[in-house]
Design a protein around this ligand. Structure first.
Ligand code: 2HA
Ligand code: ZN
Length: 270
């Protein structure tokens, strides 16, 4: 059995949580990540018959039966993951049609997966239907995206267009745009279901007055997606109160679509 602390997925989880903390996106216990793992990869590091304990999830997700994830823990600080990965992270397998998570490694202080587990698992189900290569769901609290939800319309087309207009590469990085949920109580199955519904049409879902969810094929891509949207929001928050002298036009964005072979969300460009 190989050392799980040297597994590429573990190294990447530690690097990503540390990097997100360093970006100021995950104060205190803010934020959470789940990464889908291949059974054959997990079996290189763990005896998958050795279940440490079972944890009820409180929801159904039959599509995830038998799937493995590494997940951040509830109440845990991203800041601390690098120093104690076995306390702050857990490897789990979904069983009982989604109603049970079997703990195979981690959460050694008796902890469990993130309070946002419903939003994560339901979003995985939604994204896998659109893109079978999707492996990551990531949530965090980047300051500028959050700030923007206090001062900008929450209309998804308007919100997306504003972000696209802030950096030339935005429409290339997230042509599917950004979906937006109104404020809802976090940690519930309801916000999980609403997030998953929004994940059907975009890889970024803003939680108004709270933060953002991103989904992607690996940790790097998903981090980059949130990083790009947050950069655009930062520029918006710097210029929103100033007269706009120059702007990225829809005509310029059509040129970008052609040059980079992407298509902006239907109906979002004039
Ligand atoms: O786990 O970010 O939304 C802390 C959170 C909850
Ligand atoms: Zn949060």
């Amino acid at each position: 059995m190989k050392n799980i602390l040297e597994a590429p997925f573990m190294v990447e989880m530690i690097r990503t949580t540390t990097n997100m903390y360093n970006h100021g996106w995950d104060e205190r216990n803010g934020g959470n990540i789940s990464l889908l793992l291949d059974e054959t990869v997990v079996q290189e590091y763990l005896n998958t018959d050795a279940v440490i304990r079972t944890i009820p999830t409180g929801f159904k997700a039959p599509e995830l039966e038998g799937k493995y994830f590494i997940v951040t823990g509830t109440g845990k600080y991203f800041k601390n993951v690098q120093y104690a990965p076995d306390v702050n992270l857990g490897v789990i397998r979904i069983t009982d049609g989604g109603e049970t998570a079997e703990l195979l490694w981690g959460f050694t202080d008796g902890g469990k997966f993130t309070s946002e587990f419903p939003a994560h698992m339901m979003s995985h189900v939604a994204r896998l239907k659109v893109d079978p290569a999707n492996r990551v769901v990531m949530h965090c609290h980047p300051a500028n995206l959050l700030a923007m939800t206090f001062v900008h319309s929450l209309d998804e087309r308007e919100f997306t267009r504003t972000l696209w207009q802030m950096c030339t590469e935005c429409i290339v990085v997230f042509p599917d745009g950004v979906n937006v949920l109104p404020w809802m109580l976090c940690g519930t199955n309801e916000i999980g279901e609403a997030t998953a519904e929004k994940m059907k049409t975009a890889r970024l879902v803003v939680w108004s007055l709270h933060g953002i969810y991103g989904a992607g094929k690996d940790l790097d891509e998903t981090f980059g997606l949130i990083e790009t949207a947050e950069k655009a929001a930062e520029i918006y928050m710097k210029i929103a109160h100033l007269p706009r002298v120059n702007t990225l036009t829809d005509e310029m964005m059509h040129q970008l679509e052609e040059r980079f072979n992407v298509k902006g969300r239907e109906g979002y460009l004039d």
